[in-house]
Ligand binder design. Sequence first.
Ligand SMILES: [Zn+2]
Length: 475
Amino acid sequence: MTFHVYNTLTKEKVPFEPMEAGVARVYNCGPTVYGRPHIGNYRSFLFADLLRRWLEYLGLEVQQVMNITDVGHLTDDDVADSDGDDKVEAQARREQRDPFEITRGYTDMFLEDMKALGVREPLARPRATEYIDEMVVMVEKLIEAGHAYRVGGNVYFDVSTYPAYGRLSGNRVEDLVAGSRVEVNQEKRHPADFALWKSDEAHLMKWETVFGPDGFPGWHIECSAMAKALLGDQIDIHTGGEDNVFPHHECEIAQSACANGVPLANVWMHAKFLQVDGGKMSKSLGNVYTLPDVEGRGFEARHLRFALLRGHYRTQINFTWAIMDEIRARLENLDEVAVLLHRLLDGGAAAADAEAGRDVLAKTISGFEEGMNDDLNAPVALAALEGLRKPLLEGQVGEAVAQDALAFYRRANEVFGFIEVDKQTADGEVEALIAARNAAKEAKDWSAADAARDALTAMGIELQDTPNGVVWRRK
Ligand SMILES: [Zn+2]
């Protein structure tokens, strides 16, 4: 099965075919750095990381770019063209700090969290404020081509010049106006037109350009310009959270296609929001959790990584502390698969036939790969990995198979990144007691054998006698 992805643009699963053989060009909409990143933000970025890792597993070189929005994202940006405050500036006023200082501080926090969560570094993390020239060039091109118009220091995209506007989100221009999802503004030709460039002398982050002395870019043009600058006119996949579909990605599609003459991305993928305590997280409910909050409850960053990747990215998943406890247990079981494989290869209980369990391994690998190839169906792939534990606990796996299973398990974890596959465990004492118990049993010294078993039980070690030797695990 080839890798199939769900394309939000066409509303169907399609086989993934990169434009250039062996290379995938992927753009991920990144964070707007006006506040402390929280677990709700992480889901879409971990999804982007999972996609990148799966493409790498398939042998592709992934040219991945994830931007950082540090200007121009307005508070009312859920409408196509808002007049709200710049999110960064609003925060700067609240904290009474310089906006550039604000974005630097929150960017650092974001990057620290990404690192702790095991997110691989993309090829580039462009900051919008570093690509102002490229944005201006693109806006000028849209004006020249008749797709945009100036009103004083403001520049608007003329949606009537792009009939496909609305295809991604399913929003028709007429409905947008009726449903107040656009800002009615006298200087626009059509209420659904959206700003590419704005001028406001009161804005703190502003640039002198051909459009005037006090301007700043619209949020949407930022991603179009950065994607073009770093990946070219046309890319394979563009991702974001479900909230990016409209207006952000709808507007990106329109302006890029009109400026470049080719579609921006062949596939558009969107991750669903995370629910917390069964609903939307909110400050008033006190459940806008951050990574330090999760760690403060005794969980590791990888537990959170698992929690956010365990569900399919297009389905709702919930976060609660009770779920985190279940996740800890599930991850222990996945870690245990690796521990059991190592132990078997270090001379532990292996089936007499070195090839025993070959069919189980083949089924595991195909289950894992088929799951991931089906639009990154992580739950199916995870279930396949979890299925390895039982035959190992029952001593049904031979040494040659264990060797291959461990190699596969490492590769699978290159994709998931939350299992401890090669952790050094302090097993010496346990192994010594098991050896002592075996020796005592052989010598029919039952009390010594029982004493060894009691000592192991006291250490929280559970023994299972299999025809191929003793398998042990921590309870
Ligand atoms: Zn974006």
